[in-house]
Design a protein around this ligand. Structure first.
Ligand code: 5AD
Ligand code: SF4
Length: 470
């Protein structure tokens, strides 16, 4: 039998890239590839790239510089190392990559990675291959279902893509260009994947999409289903104890979603809802299609449906034309909402987006200062939220052994890591934990025997990396 070929894949950016990387591994497993953590040992290296901000996309070229040395080294040992650039930089700068980086064998956009086996074969015959079209077929229909082994490697919590792309065209954002128009997967396809994951030990599913609550996939009745209906359906699947979704757009929060939060104990009360700015004028120039009051009203609807709900968000500081007054409106909104955590970024002009042509730039110094002020406020809210957990008994879904011997670690409803001394038998279960202390972002506690009193509602956590979008 021939030796399996080794594949090393490195993903940058959002949750969808993490999911896509897993699907590329699944696809290439069918071609006899197994994953390796050691890049120098790999026969195939895939960089799954992110184009959302300049810093993210520049990483590709520095990484390719390092890979050139690894490829040369492999060649000296008589081995061929193939290098693939996938993801959003591949989509946006495919030709440029081919021109600038001779080390690259294949460039493949995020809509075409199901063609990887053919592209690798093409590169072998003809030198190099580039595919960044948006193929008409649905790539999900062509991807093999994940193998048992691949699912086990995923552990207790898994992402599942339910929609991709975005039709909102915020003026700063590359997503509508790199991921294309919004497409939703049919309910039956998603349900099959979730059942398969649940049968193989997955207990928590995070539905992901760049604009996840624009979901309108075909339901079993042949009609488009909204996200709330999908969540209700998935909550019935045996073995699934927690559901989450990310990333949402404030404009697409409909009553089915609010009602799902009201009715489904499986649906975690923690929502990532980017607002980007608190200034209506800036929101207008960003083409966000909502005002700050629209956003406040959406938050109120969630809170009315589920008292213990908490939020995280994304913010951009220094968007072109942003004044001190605009920025203060952002601080005021943050103070008013009270977040469990949030991501904040300095505006980064992206080629091809409308905002990249705007002339009234905010100076680098002002951007830096605003970022610090915003992050201080967010950090203080996050610390307060985390501290408020001490003394409470909260449900934790245990995921894996912790680094400290004898401990296992899981996550609260708000994605805070929680550590307890317990046997690994508890991995995969949701158990009540009395929270005793906080170490940086991690909660420490002890298992308490059920039945427990429900914990009073806390107000805020360390959000996981989110899907780029919305
Ligand atoms: N500059 C800075 N931040 C950006 N984001 C998206 N595009 C840009 C950009 N050009 C941020 C938004 C989005 C998150 C995923 O990344 O806040 O919600
Ligand atoms: Fe779409 Fe979100 Fe990007 Fe706006 S920020 S264009 S909603 S992905």
């Amino acid at each position: 039998m021939s030796q399996p070929r080794k594949l090393h894949i490195k993903s940058y950016g959002c949750q969808m890239n993490v999911y896509d990387a897993q699907r590329m591994v699944d696809t290439l497993a069918g071609e006899g590839f197994v994953e390796t953590a050691d890049v120098d040992d790999a026969d195939l290296v895939i960089l799954n790239t992110c184009h959302i901000r300049e810093k993210a996309s520049e990483k590709v070229y520095s990484e390719l510089g390092r890979l050139r040395a690894a490829k040369d080294e492999a060649a000296q040992q008589g081995r061929k190392m193939n290098i693939v650039v996938a993801g959003c930089v591949a989509q946006a700068e495919g030709n440029e990559i081919i021109r600038r980086a001779p080390v690259v064998d294949v460039v493949v956009g995020p809509q075409s990675y199901h063609h990887l086996p053919q592209l690798l074969a093409h590169a072998k015959m003809h030198g190099r291959a580039l595919e960044t079209e948006f193929p008409v077929e649905d790539k999900f229909g062509f991807l093999p279902p994940p193998s048992r082994q691949a699912i086990r490697a995923r552990g207790i919590s898994s992402f599942v893509t339910v929609q991709e792309g975005c039709d909102k065209f915020c003026t700063f954002c590359v997503v509508p260009y790199t991921r294309g128009a919004e497409v939703s997967r049919p309910v039956a396809k998603i349900t099959d994947e979730v059942r398969r994951l649940a049968d193989n030990g997955v207990r928590e599913i995070t539905l992901i999409g760049q604009n996840v609550n624009a979901y309108h996939g075909e339901g079993p009745d042949g009609r488009p289903w909204p996200l709330g209906a999908l969540l209700r359906y998935l909550a019935e699947i045996p073995g699934i104890v927690r559901l989450r979704y990310s990333t949402s757009h404030p404009r697409d929060v409909d009553d089915t979603l609010i009602e799902a939060h009201r009715d489904l104990p499986e649906l975690m009360p923690f929502v990532h809802l980017p607002v980007q700015s608190g200034s209506d004028r800036v929101l207008g120039v960003m083409n966000r299609k909502h005002t700050s009051d629209d956003y406040r009203r959406v938050i109120d609807r969630f809170r009315a449906a589920r008292q213990d709900i908490a939020f995280s968000s994304d913010f951009i500081v220094g968007f072109p034309t942003e004044t001190e007054e605009d920025f203060c409106a952002t601080l005021a909104l943050v103070s008013q909402i009270g977040y469990a955590g949030a991501y904040s970024f300095k505006y980064s002009p992206r080629p091809g987006t409308p905002a990249a042509d705007m002339r009234e730039m905010v100076s680098a110094k002002e951007m830096d200062e605003r970022l610090v002020r915003l992050q201080e406020l967010i950090d203080s809210q996050q610390s307060a939220f985390n501290k408020a957990m001490i003394g409470l008994t909260v449900d934790v879904l245990f995921e894996r052994p912790a680094r400290n011997p004898g401990q296992i670690v899981g996550r609260t409803a708000y994605l805070q890591p929680a550590h307890v001394l317990a046997s690994p038998d508890s991995i995969g279960q949701v158990l009540p934990v009395a929270i005793e202390s906080l170490e940086r972002y991690s909660l420490l506690g002890r298992l308490v025997a059920p039945p427990m009193r429900p914990a009073p509602a806390p107000r805020s956590s360390t959000p996981l990396q989110t899907t780029v979008g919305a």
